[in-house]
Design a protein. Structure first.
Length: 152
């Protein structure tokens, strides 16, 4: 992998983030696409309200991924992490995941949490990073948690 860098999002990243989220829905949850599209304003508000917590991955000057999290009491909830399909399995997702942990620790969060579909291969990345499945949420997603600072 060449020059991967992580940086805070800028407003012109929002169309790429939108396309990444839409691609995820179309690949993993196609039956939910209409509902997702009806909630675009809600999602945009989430991205904007937490804009300072949006991290973008850039490889050789090209936007290749992003992550978004938010503090919730002592937890830092990872809302989304996405790497463009052509760049997956190159360590970019793990770099975004590690950056989320560092940023959350810096903001005082002692625990990390996220939800993921049981059939999403990214769950293996979370497990390798020390996240432990603690149950399922109301939508049937696996809930993962990790004490912050314990990644491998």
């Amino acid at each position: 992998m060449n020059a991967l860098s992580l940086r805070p999002a800028i407003v012109t990243d929002l169309p790429s983030i939108y396309r990444g989220e839409l691609a995820y829905i179309q690949q993993w949850e196609p039956t939910h696409e209409a509902g997702w599209r009806s909630q675009v304003e809600h999602n945009l508000a989430l991205w904007v309200d937490n804009f300072e917590l949006l991290t973008v991955a850039v490889l050789d000057g090209q936007f290749v991924g992003y992550s978004l999290w938010s503090p919730e009491d002592s937890f830092a909830e990872l809302y989304t992490i996405n790497v463009s399909e052509a760049y997956r399995r190159k360590g970019i997702g793990r770099a975004l995941l590690d950056a989320y942990g560092v940023a959350a620790l810096g903001s005082g969060c002692t625990h990390l949490s996220l939800s993921v579909r049981p059939d999403n291969p990214a769950r293996l990345m979370y497990e390798c990073a020390g996240f432990v499945a603690v149950g399922t949420d109301a939508h049937g997603y696996l809930r993962y948690e990790r004490a912050n600072g314990l990644g491998t």
